[in-house]
Design a protein around this ligand. Structure first.
Ligand SMILES: Cc1ncc(COP(=O)(O)OP(=O)(O)O)c(N)n1
Ligand SMILES: Cc1nc(C(=O)O)sc1CCOP(=O)(O)O
Ligand SMILES: [Mg+2]
Length: 222
């Protein structure tokens, strides 16, 4: 992402996106309604539905039901990518990547009262995210991940700490390759939230993994 990309951003809202909690805590990113339901029942309060590359017509029903579940459990449910459907069905929030920022109608998302989370992977992407004034900023990928092909190298904890220190007032989310045993060193960087996929969905016992992640991220003194 170059400086010129800043000038390619579509029209930005006049005010920041609605705030969210500074510490969003454990933030599972999952791709089915059943994962959403079982994790909300297990006590998760921040969660994302991430379905990739399907036509809107294929996912609208699932997205609508996920949003209803989020409301029923009074949880912060973010929809990845499908911002039009998230606006249509009044999700709590939307998560967008850098490329999405160039094409999404940010004013429409803002006007509809949805929170916005934005992905970043380096200094330039962070500068662009700050220009958008989203509700939270995600920083990734911290460690190697099997879940998604990444074009860049992992940023590691030293970069994570440096990035978090440049945005002390922002809610931040660390993502990418974060296993249970790595949680303490990630939290030590000052992030308010840790997003995980495989630490839960590939755990031998997802219930136990979720309980342990909730304890480490939300219940331990820090
Ligand atoms: C919390 C969180 N952080 C980063 C991402 C990655 O989003 P994006 O860059 O849009 O890539 P895809 O997830 O769409 O492949 C995320 N989803 N959630
Ligand atoms: C969806 C996603 N986005 C990333 C980013 O860095 O933007 S890393 C990632 C995958 C995270 O999965 P896991 O916890 O299994 O490593
Ligand atoms: Mg995306």
């Amino acid at each position: 992402m170059t400086d010129t990309t800043l000038t390619h951003l579509p029209a930005l809202p006049d005010t920041p996106f609605l705030p969210t909690e500074k510490k969003l805590g454990l933030y599972p990113v999952v791709d089915t309604l059943s994962w959403i339901e079982r994790l909300l029942e297990a006590g998760v309060t921040t969660i994302q539905l991430r379905i990739k590359d399907q036509p809107d017509t294929e996912v609208e029903e699932i997205i609508q039901q996920a949003i209803e579940l989020g409301k029923r459990f009074n949880a912060r449910l973010f929809i990845n990518d499908y911002w039009r459907l998230a606006v249509k069905h009044q999700a709590y929030g939307v998560h967008l990547g850098q490329e999405d920022l160039l094409t999404a109608d940010l004013k429409a998302i803002h006007q509809a009262g949805l929170r916005l989370g934005v992905s970043t992977h380096d200094d330039e992407e962070l500068a662009l995210a700050i220009a958008v004034r989203p509700s939270y900023i995600a920083l990734g990928h911290i460690f190697p991940t099997q879940t998604k092909d990444m074009p860049s190298a992992p940023q590691g904890v030293a970069e994570l700490k440096r990035h978090v220190a440049t945005i002390p007032d922002y809610p931040t989310v660390a993502i990418g390759g974060i296993s249970i045993d790595r949680v303490p060193e990630v939290l030590a960087c000052g992030v308010g939230s840790i997003a995980v996929v495989s630490a839960i969905t590939k755990a031998p016992d997802w219930r136990q993994a979720t309980a342990e992640l909730l304890r480490l991220i939300e219940h331990e003194e820090r």
